[in-house]
Structures are given as C-alpha cells and as structure tokens.
Write a protein that binds this ligand. Structure first.
Ligand SMILES: Cc1cc2nc3c(=O)[nH]c(=O)nc-3n(C[C@H](O)[C@H](O)[C@H](O)COP(=O)(O)OP(=O)(O)OC[C@H]3O[C@@H](n4cnc5c(N)ncnc54)[C@H](O)[C@@H]3O)c2cc1C
Ligand SMILES: *[C@@H]1O[C@H](CO)[C@@H](O)[C@H](O)[C@H]1NC(C)=O
Ligand SMILES: *[C@@H]1O[C@H](CO)[C@@H](O)[C@H](O)[C@H]1NC(C)=O
Length: 630
C-alpha cells in the first residue's frame, strides 16, 4: 500500500507540470526540451523515494551463519529463500545495493535508471569489433545493484530459451542439466497467469515469479505479428514451452501492470523468516580462505569493514561480472593474471574467461509513412495514460518500454541451420522511441553517428529491431585492473570478434527485411532507413550492401544484457571449468557459484528465468546433500 501511494504521488508530481499540455500543439524544439527534462526527472523521483524506503532491521551483530550467500539477484534470492525454508539453518544474504524503489516498478520506465546507483554502471574496455564508433569505443554494460539484482532494472521479458540449449549443456558433460532435469525448476519458479495459456505442459503455475501479458498491446505490435505471418514465419501462441521459432507477443514478469522482481517474488516474504538475515548496502570485497577452504567473507557497510563466517558454505550469486571479480581478488583465477596484478595465488582456474553475451546490431531501423503507435513522450506526458495506470493499472505505462514482440529464426538455408534451434533473435520496438540526441546518448551513440543515421528520421514513425546471434562464438573476459577491491573489474566482451557471428547477423538482417517488405508493412510505405553521408568508421560503403551491414554491426552494436559463462560449469577434469555440475568451485572446499556465471553456453533466450532456475535447482540439491529432503 505504502508503495502504491509513493508511486502515485511521485509520478503525478513529476508530470503535473506537463498536465494540460497538448502534445500535438507543442512545437518541436519545446518537445525536445520536455523530453530532456523528463529524462532528468525520473531519476530524481528515484532518489527521493530511495530516502523514504525503509531498510530491514538486522542489527548486524551476528557473525556466524550456516550459509553466507553473496548477492540478492535472481539466483541469490531464489537460493537464499529456499535454504531458509530449513528452520534450523541460518542464512545471511549480503547485497551491495539498497532496497528496491517503487518508481522502478512502472514497466514503461525501464532503462530510465541506468544512470543511478541501481546499476553498477560498468563500461567495457575499448572495443574494435562492436561498439567501435560509440562514445570512446566503449559499450555500456549494465548490471543491477539492488535487493533483487538485475531483475529490478531488467526489461522483464520471460524468455526461457530452447529445450536444445539444456540438452546441449548435458551433452557438454554436465550431468543433471538436460531439459528434462531443469524443467521442473523452471516450473517451480513460474506463476503463469495468462488466461489463454493455462494447463500447458512444461509451464509453471503457482511459483514465485508471476508472468502476464502487459494489458496494453499497440497496433504496431499487431502489425509485427501480421507482417511476420505474411513473410512466412509462424506465430504460435507460446514460445516458452520448449519450441520457439516465429514471431510472438512478449510474456513479461509483471503483475497488475507492475514489475515483478526477485524481491517481489521471493524476498518480500522470505525476509520475515527469523533465520534469513538480509543486509543491503553490504559490498563483499574478498573471501576469507583457510588454505583451500572458504570460511567466510569480508564486506564493507557504511564505510566499515566486517567479517562473517559460514560454518557450512559460502555461495557466490553476485552475477557474471562481480562473481568472477570476487574470486579473482581472493586468489582464485588464472595464475599469470593474478601474478600480474599482485594477488597471491590460491587456485589456478580459468575464472573470468569464456565471457559470452547477446550483442545486437541496432542500425536496423525502419520508418513508416503514418503513425501506427504513440511515441514515448506522448505516452509519458499524456494525463489520460497516467490516469489509466494509477486508477486501473492499464494503458501503455504497463508495457515494457518500446518492445512488444520478439522473433526467433533458425536461418534455414544457411550453413548454421539447425532445425528448430534458433540461431538468432530479434526484439522489435513498436512504440516509437521519438529519437533525439539525448535518447541516443543513453546508448553512447555519438553526435556524428547520430547525425548520419538517426537525425534524418527524428520526427518520423520509426521502429528499431535489435538483432543478435543467440549462441555466439566470440568470447570475452572479465579481469582485474589491480588488486584494490574497490576498483571495478575490467570487462572486455569482444563481441563479433569471431567472423561467423557477423555472417549470422547479416543473414538475419535479410530475414528481417522480409518482414519490412510484407504487404502489411508496405501498406504504410515501410522502408529501411539508410544513412545520409558516410558512417564514421565505414568509409564509402553503399547502403544495404553486405559490406554496409557488416560495418554497422561493428560500429553500432550494443549489449542486450546477458553476460554469462565467466565461471563455466564443466565436468570434473575439464580444464575450461571453474565449477563442476554441482556448482562447487574446483579445488576449493565449502564454496559454490550459483548464478548466470556458470552457464557453459548462453541460452537461446534471455537470462532471468535461467538464473532463477539455477538458484532453485541448487537449493534443492544442497538440501539433499545435507539430508534435508522434505
Ligand atoms: C538492463 C538489463 C535488462 C535485462 N533484461 C532482461 C529481460 O528482459 N529478460 C531476462 O530474462 N533477462 C534480462 N536481463 C538479464 C537478467 O536480469 C540477468 O541475467 C539475471 O538477473 C542474472 O541473475 P544473477 O543472479 O546471475 O545476477 P543479478 O540478478 O545481476 O544479481 C547479482 C546481485 O549481486 C549483487 N552483488 C554483486 N557484487 C556484489 C558484491 N561484491 N557484494 C555484494 N553484492 C554484490 C548485485 O548488486 C546484484 O544484486 C537483463 C539485465 C539487465 C542488466
Ligand atoms: C582489435 O584490437 C586487438 C587488440 O586489442 C587487435 O589484436 C586486433 O587486431 C584489432 N582488430 C581489428 C579488426 O582492428
Ligand atoms: C503510405 O504509403 C502507402 C504505400 O505506398 C500509400 O498507399 C499510402 O497512401 C501512404 N500513406 C500516406 C499517409 O502517405
């Protein structure tokens, strides 16, 4: 209730000044100023609310627990909640970020909090095969830093992946991770509340993470479904039951028009247990090791350093960037690298290597000759959309930003074709983003790049389809700059450094063009947007040639936020593995990694459901291992 009141008050204050403005009558330069003011205002509400949200009352005196879990994100929240179901176990959950803030639960505002401390605000090292002409050639690399982790800032898409992804994990030697093995945990996570999708095999009902369709679905979203059908792609009604080819309306982890995070689904209830201790704003620096055994962790809270002990296990759930960083700082990692930065070696393991991600080309922009869906500012400033949201939890503020549909393609006819196992995903924006330089700068798009590609369509009804390879061959790494535990880790994703990844995305762009050329899109004169003048870094390439697209992939690609693989799971004895299939760190006692880092190969979906699944599955196995089966 308090949350709802805070939310309503803040948004009404924020836009109160704009009430009564009728967007269509506002001249363009003024519109831009309003959009900019809004971009500043949403984080301001965040900071105001942040001060009002109460933190849990844990005295912090207790120093010894059965389990110390580091990171209250997707996996950590699920794991800690389930471990604390065992009444005689004590579980400490340490989280670097603060409490979730109400304004962040309005789905449409996703992406507005990237420049607050709800995000670790990482940037990558300089890149030359992706992001190459973005600001400083560095890509933005968001990771959530809140109670709830990345699920408090993510885009809320519930997209599990393909049954073949997990069968392949098992084929790589990871016993117990086949689709058949993991599906019970996906089901345990999920509470699917879409009326048309009840009683489906492999879907979950009654789990912790609610899933719905946003109550709002624009005409542009419907146009994508029609266009895809005409282009020969199927549109089945559920992509989350194992098979996923074709174009789909996105299922979202939302409820009553609001974000449903790990905090909402797991911790809000579990934190009332007397044996679960949640300490926010507690940044873990290093492990406490006794020889090759993890005894506890050190963390910093309000500027003071603390040490806690785990009598059973320390479990790292800090995500694919921070988990390897904690291990490296503690002397667990590649021997030569640790020597370089002066951290005494405890165990030589390939920590931080095998970094995978989903990196998308974004120059795939189309334009229509008529407005089919409203634009972002029209939605945010319209008093009636606000009324819809706060009185009925309906209308466009319930939708996940600009994205309403996704499609999966197996690229039949290319060398990469594997029937039924999609090679690429496309995420289609159907709300017009109302392109402007400030908006572009959020993605580190430089003014030069903006002027050539985006400026010509500033005032027009555009749609952007982000396109990426689902299982890229490129690999990057996370490593340390120095041994100071307060220095952020370095991230070198090297997306598109493997030429095959570029070939696949190029083939996918040609598939996308079939949708743009479909009769339904052509009714609105749809066309692909080309540059005016030379694209920085591309020389004199001709628009729509293969070379043109290859270059745009290199200069203007962005992460779609699925880093993983940096503490790879592999069978015992495999030199590329950091953990074994029971997620124990090789050669170290009482230490596990349970988060997106363990992914041996990134899945053909988005990563939150997989991360929740990993947390649920390991909680079960740990209980079994200690004889606590219920
Ligand atoms: C912007 C964005 C959009 C996304 N969109 C989607 C989407 O639409 N659908 C989807 O399925 N997935 C999406 N994802 C990915 C998904 O949210 C993540 O893959 C998933 O949350 C990973 O879970 P995790 O448990 O590994 O890590 P996280 O959820 O990131 O949690 C890790 C937690 O550990 C904490 N932590 C880190 N270091 C320390 C430390 N030293 N001490 C204490 N605590 C620490 C962090 O603050 C964080 O709370 C998105 C991610 C981002 C960033
Ligand atoms: C990119 O940079 C790396 C070193 O950081 C270099 O080895 C490689 O040749 C460069 N590639 C291109 C395409 O410039
Ligand atoms: C848009 O283009 C289509 C196809 O060329 C045309 O029939 C239609 O009249 C155009 N609409 C407008 C508003 O120009």
């Amino acid at each position: 209730m308090r949350w709802a009141v805070l939310g309503v008050l803040s948004l009404l204050c924020a836009t109160g000044a704009a009430q009564g403005l009728w967007w269509g009558l506002v001249p363009n330069p003024t519109r831009l100023n309003i959009v900019n003011a809004l971009t500043d205002f949403v984080p301001a509400i965040f900071h105001m609310q942040r001060r009002l949200v109460r933190e849990p009352v844990d005295s912090g005196h207790r120093k010894e627990f059965d389990f110390v879990v580091v990171g209250a994100g997707a996996a950590g929240s699920a794991l800690a909640t389930r471990l604390a179901e065992v009444g005689d176990w004590s579980v400490l959950l340490l989280e670097a970020g603060g409490e979730e803030v109400p304004v962040m639960t309005i789905p449409f505002l996703l992406g507005q909090f990237h420049h607050t401390d709800a995000n670790w605000q990482f940037l990558t090292t300089r890149q030359n095969t992706s992001c190459a002409e973005l600001e400083d050639s560095r890509c933005d690399y968001p990771q959530g830093r809140m109670v709830g982790g990345s699920t408090t800032i993510n885009y809320m898409f519930n997209i599990r992946g393909n049954r073949r992804d997990f069968d392949n994990w098992e084929a790589m030697g990871n016993k117990g991770w086949s689709y058949k093995d993991v599906v019970p945990y996906f089901k345990k996570v999920e509470d699917l509340r879409i009326p048309e999708l009840q009683n489906r095999e492999n879907r979950g009902y009654g789990g912790r993470i609610r899933t719905t369709y946003p109550p709002y679905f624009s005409d542009m979203g419907k146009l994508f479904l029609r266009g895809a059908r005409e282009a020969g792609f199927p549109t089945p009604d559920d992509y989350n039951a194992g098979e996923q080819l074709g174009m789909h309306r996105i299922q979202t982890t939302t409820w009553h028009g609001a974000r449903w995070s790990a905090n909402a689904g797991y911790l809000r209830k579990a934190r009332r247990r007397p044996n679960l201790f949640l300490r926010p704003r507690s940044y873990v620096t290093t492990l406490v090791l006794e020889g090759a055994r993890a005894r506890g962790v050190r963390y910093v809270h309000d500027g003071l350093e603390y040490e806690v002990t785990a009598t059973k296990e320390v479990i790292l759930c800090a995500g694919a960037v921070n988990t390897p960083a904690i291990l490296l700082r503690s002397g667990i990692g590649p021997a030569d690298h640790l020597k370089e930065v002066g951290v005494p070696l405890v165990k030589d393991l390939p920590v931080g290597l095998n970094l995978m991600d989903h990196t998308a080309v974004i120059a795939t922009i189309g334009v229509l000759n008529e407005t089919v869906a409203p634009s972002i500012p029209e939605i945010m400033l319209n008093p009636s959309t606000q009324m819809d949201y706060f009185t009925r939890r309906a209308g466009p503020l319930t939708s996940t930003g600009t994205f309403e549909t996704i499609s999966f393609h197996d690229l039949k006819g290319t060398p990469h074709y594997s029937p039924g196992w999609p090679e690429v995903e496309m995420l289609h924006s159907s709300i017009n983003p109302a392109i402007n330089p400030r908006f572009a700068a959020l993605f580190r798009i430089t003014r030069q790049l903006y002027d050539v590609i985006l400026k010509p369509v500033e005032d027009q009804p555009v749609f952007i389809s982000a396109i990426w390879r689902l299982r890229p061959k490129s690999r990057g790494k996370v490593y340390l700059l120095n041994k100071d535990p307060m220095t952020p880790p370095e991230i070198d994703p090297r997306a598109f450094s493997h030429p095959e990844d570029v070939d696949v995305v190029l083939a996918a762009i040609r598939e996308w063009q079939k949708i743009v050329n479909s009769p339904s899109f052509q009714r609105y004169g749809a066309r692909v947007v080309g540059p005016v003048g030379d694209i920085p870094g591309c020389g004199k390439v001709v628009f729509d040639t293969d070379d043109y697209w290859r270059c745009t992939i290199r200069v203007a690609s962005v992460t779609l936020y699925h880093p993983c693989g940096t503490c790879k799971m592999a069978p015992p004895g495999d030199p590329t593995g950091v953990v074994t299939p029971d997620l124990k760190v090789v050669g170290i006692k009482s230490l596990r990694v349970v988060d997106a880092s363990i992914t041996p190969l990134v899945v053909s979906g988005h990563l939150q459901m997989t991360s929740y699944m990993i947390g649920e599955k390991m909680a079960d196995e740990i209980k079994k291992e200690y004889g606590k089966t219920k």
